[in-house]
Design a protein around this ligand. Structure first.
Ligand code: SF4
Length: 476
């Protein structure tokens, strides 16, 4: 069997499953009053925070994040005041929250707030929540706007992990996406971060960008690893959606690789990373042996959330800031996406929730199945049925739908244990989609025409930062 043909044949227009149900299922039926009730039931629970900063110095043409060009420093300072207010309000609604184990700043480019505003917001977090001494405090960084002063200030603010957006080191590709960033410059930033005690460095790479070829992607991946030796790497596939992201119209669509080329680029990048000592995790992440993600993966504790892959085991993720998504035991919530709407809601004295979804029992069971597939490439449905106390026959139709993949050797079925062949990991979303009750059933055959536009769904896309970057991303 031609493996590439098989992978292309089964590619489907499916989500990336950074949540289940996915953000496309969120509706305005869930609002601030639901959020207030859901928060009130969280007392004592450990939690994590995602703080979104929707500002950048300039827009990269490929970007799918919720961000705009910052108009002035005053706008950033005013936005920080809103974050501070929201943090206090959320903490008050919870009552006595448990320990905070992860704080992630994403965007946009969080450092656009300026060090004093970052400090102000983090001081409020620490004043209102019990932040564990060993908490991971991460931030997405745009190497182009990073100064030595900023880097030197980060450890003092408690940051211990950073995500650097690299995407591609080829000058022709960088020109085609409006992100000129010499690798020597990024190397210097990484070295300065390490000199200042921040050794946990994540990097984003991309495939499917204009002017990329399989060869250029190989060279770019190798040069990035040689220069930076990050602990984690994520390889994202560019999604060209100019109807959703107007600035993507600036990209020359005729220079974009087709579905087959994109697949070979992704496989080539993975091959380079593995040859350079990285271990593949889930759909598109790689980690050095001994990294916390790799250890979580080994022990079956890898998790999937809006930050991509994580070792965070907290049951609650609070989203702070415009467009931020929160994940609570009762459901998902998302803040107003536009800063102006977010500001109005916070200034009115309430929460800024614009949409969300309440989870029912079936959602929770299927979320568990989909998360295990996306993290481990396998799931034991009998074990799932036992743990959730549901009829094992509930999954009969889902198993039957996997038939063609099983026949082609891409998925193994032993009893009710489903396992995706590691060489077919790019298809894990399609396998997970089989268990998604919100998707209309689609036969498992011939979807190559969708591959190009289906790579990113509603939840995720590269930002200034890296794989743990995340996520209140609208288009990607
Ligand atoms: S890729 Fe990063 S730096 Fe570029 S526009 Fe998007 S969020 Fe901003």
């Amino acid at each position: 069997m031609n493996w590439d043909n098989a992978l292309l044949r089964y590619a489907r227009p499916v989500p990336r499953y950074t949540s289940y149900p996915t953000a496309t299922q969120f509706t305005g039926a869930i609002g601030p009053s639901h959020y207030a009730r859901w928060l009130a039931s969280l007392e004592g629970q450990s939690l994590s925070l995602y703080i979104h900063v929707p500002f950048c110095q300039a827009l990269c043409w490929f970007c799918g994040c919720t961000t705009t060009v910052a108009k002035s420093a005053a706008v950033s300072v005013a936005y920080a005041s809103l974050l501070v207010e929201e943090i206090s309000r959320v903490a008050f609604a919870i009552g006595g929250a448990g320990a905070v184990r992860h704080i992630h700043w994403g965007g946009g480019t969080p450092t656009q707030l300026g060090i004093s505003s970052l400090r102000r917001v983090l001081e409020r977090v620490r004043a209102r929540f019990d932040v564990s001494d060993d908490a991971e405090v991460a931030i997405e960084l745009d190497p182009r706007t990073l100064t030595r002063e900023t880097i030197e200030a980060l450890p003092g603010l408690g940051f211990n992990r950073v995500s650097l957006g690299v995407q591609d080191v080829d000058p022709a590709v960088q020109t085609a996406i409006n992100r000129i960033q010499p690798i020597a410059f990024v190397r210097e930033a990484a070295s300065c971060l390490r000199d200042n005690g921040i050794s946990w460095i994540n990097v984003d790479l991309m495939v499917g960008l204009p002017r990329q070829t399989e060869g250029s992607v190989r060279r770019s991946a190798a040069a990035t690893i040689e220069a930076l030796r990050p602990s984690r790497v994520a390889i994202f596939s560019y999604a060209h959606m100019p109807w959703l992201k107007r600035h993507q119209r600036l990209i020359d669509a005729s220079a974009l690789p087709g579905p087959r080329e994109r697949l070979s680029q992704a496989l080539a990048a993975a091959e380079v990373l593995e040859a350079m000592g990285y271990l593949p995790l889930g759909l598109d992440h790689f980690a050095l042996p001994g990294d916390r993600l790799e250890l979580a993966s080994k022990t079956g504790k890898l998790r999937r959330n809006f930050q991509g892959y994580t070792d965070d085991t907290a049951a609650v993720l609070l989203g702070i800031g415009a467009s931020a998504i929160g994940s609570l035991p009762s459901g998902y919530v998302q803040n107003e996406s536009r800063v102006v709407d977010y500001r109005r809601a916070i200034e009115r004295g309430g929460f800024a929730i614009a949409r969300g979804i309440a989870l029912d029992d079936d959602d929770r069971v299927r979320r568990d199945i989909i998360e295990r597939l996306m993290c481990d490439l396998r799931v034991d449905l009998d074990d799932t049925a036992r743990r959730w106390n549901v009829d094992r026959a509930s999954f009969d139709d889902d198993i039957a739908a996997l038939g063609p993949l099983v026949d082609d050797g891409l998925v193994r079925l032993s009893g009710r244990r489903v396992e995706v062949d590691p060489s077919a990991r790019s298809l894990v979303r399609s396998v997970a989609a089989t268990f998604d009750r919100y998707l209309s059933p689609a036969p498992m055959h011939h979807f190559p025409e969708f591959l190009h536009r289906a790579e990113h769904s509603a939840e995720r896309g590269p930002s200034s930062g890296g794989p743990s970057g995340a996520m209140a991303r609208d288009g990607g």
